[in-house]
Design a protein around this ligand. Structure first.
Ligand SMILES: Nc1ncnc2c1ncn2[C@@H]1O[C@H](COP(=O)(O)OP(=O)(O)O)[C@@H](O)[C@H]1O
Ligand SMILES: [Mg+2]
Length: 328
């Protein structure tokens, strides 16, 4: 493991959305502040979008921490499985909010949610529903989620709903059948990929949080190559940097130079390109498969009746080769 070699306390480029490692660009800072403010102000629908791997889920975790710090009273239902049908989704939300044994009929579930939120509101508390990966929600489910926001008092909303997803989410929300939801969106914010400079700061931030003594572990040229390859997507930066540290450690390199980055890129490209199956042009013809199959079967039968142990072992090895040819 490379941790000791590079003087790290933990892995700096893990793929988990741990908010401890959060690096805030001005855009991230703005989005986070807006989200916290909007929830405090009881705004209705909020939307956060960004490409895959730009840090939406990580930002959400930071948002939850901040909410608890500012106002330890917010009840949050965090849904990440957006493939669920609406009824299951509602059941999940009640469970998340700690509503005791959700009633079985859909109407009773809605009433239970309303009662819970009213009690909360009387105690001066907010309820927030977060739907991560919301681009997967089908329009009918989105429409029913909109109706949840109808659970309100004459003077204020009881539920803030935050939809988080990939850019397709915005396109989905623009569909004519969702125009009622569209009109209720009070905040839209987006996360952009990092610039070249930001990728450098990002790498440094993660190294610092992981306890690195040498924040210049990656040379300037290496960082530039990482920025170009990753196109500023933090998840891609993480995967590449982790590969670099594995290779660097194996080759006893104290500092990651651009050639190590190139090796890591080649390794990643190799992993991505390795075909899962033989291309059709190289696939064996059916008659070849039958022939090889018959040879393997005959050899195995030979082993079964062979009186000599060494001969049987040789035959078995040969049969395995034939079987491999058959399967390839
Ligand atoms: N601003 C950031 N600061 C620190 N780490 C980040 C940031 N953005 C993304 N990451 C890291 O990149 C990876 C992917 O982030 P994630 O939040 O899962 O992206 P998304 O939800 O947008 O697909 C995670 O390992 C996460 O920790
Ligand atoms: Mg995510």
């Amino acid at each position: 493991m490379y941790l000791t070699f590079y003087g790290l306390k933990e892995k700096p480029f893990n793929a988990t959305p741990d908010p401890k490692f959060l690096y805030l660009t001005p855009g991230h800072r703005e989005a986070l502040a807006q989200l916290v403010y909007s929830v405090q102000e009881n705004r209705g629908f909020l939307v956060l979008t960004g490409e895959v791997g730009t840090g939406k889920t990580t930002l959400l975790h930071a948002f939850l921490q901040r909410l608890n710090r500012v106002n330890g009273q917010t009840a949050v239902a965090y849904v990440f499985n957006t493939m669920l049908p609406f009824e299951d989704l509602l059941e999940y939300v009640l469970e998340e909010l700690g509503v005791p044994t959700p009633p079985s009929s859909p109407a009773q579930r809605l009433l239970a949610l309303r009662r819970f939120m009213l009690d909360r509101r009387r105690a001066g508390q907010n309820t927030v529903l977060i739907l991560d990966e919301a681009q997967n929600l089908d329009p009918a489910t989105l429409e029913r989620i909109r109706m949840l926001s109808n659970l309100e008092t004459p003077t204020e909303k009881l539920l803030q709903i935050l939809l988080v997803g990939q850019p397709e989410l915005r396109a989905k929300l623009n569909r004519p059948e969702l125009r009622q939801l569209q009109q209720r969106i009070e905040l839209q914010c987006g996360l952009a990929p990092l610039s070249r400079e930001q990728v450098r700061d990002y790498i440094e931030t993660r190294l610092r949080v992981a306890g690195a003594r040498d924040l210049g572990l990656f040379s300037d040229r290496a960082q530039d190559r990482i920025a170009a390859y990753s196109r500023g997507i933090p998840r891609r930066v993480n995967i590449l940097c982790d590969h670099c540290l594995v290779i660097g450690y194996a080759e006893h390199r104290r500092r990651i130079e651009v050639d190590t980055v190139d090796q890591a890129i080649a390794a990643l490209a190799g992993a991505a390109q390795r075909p899962a199956r033989r291309p059709a042009s190289l696939a064996r013809a059916t008659w070849e498969r039958w022939f090889l199959g018959a040879v393997a079967a005959a050899l195995i039968a030979g082993i079964a009746v062979s009186p000599l142990r060494t001969e049987a072992t040789q035959l078995l090895t040969f049969a395995r080769h034939v079987r491999d040819l058959f399967l390839r």
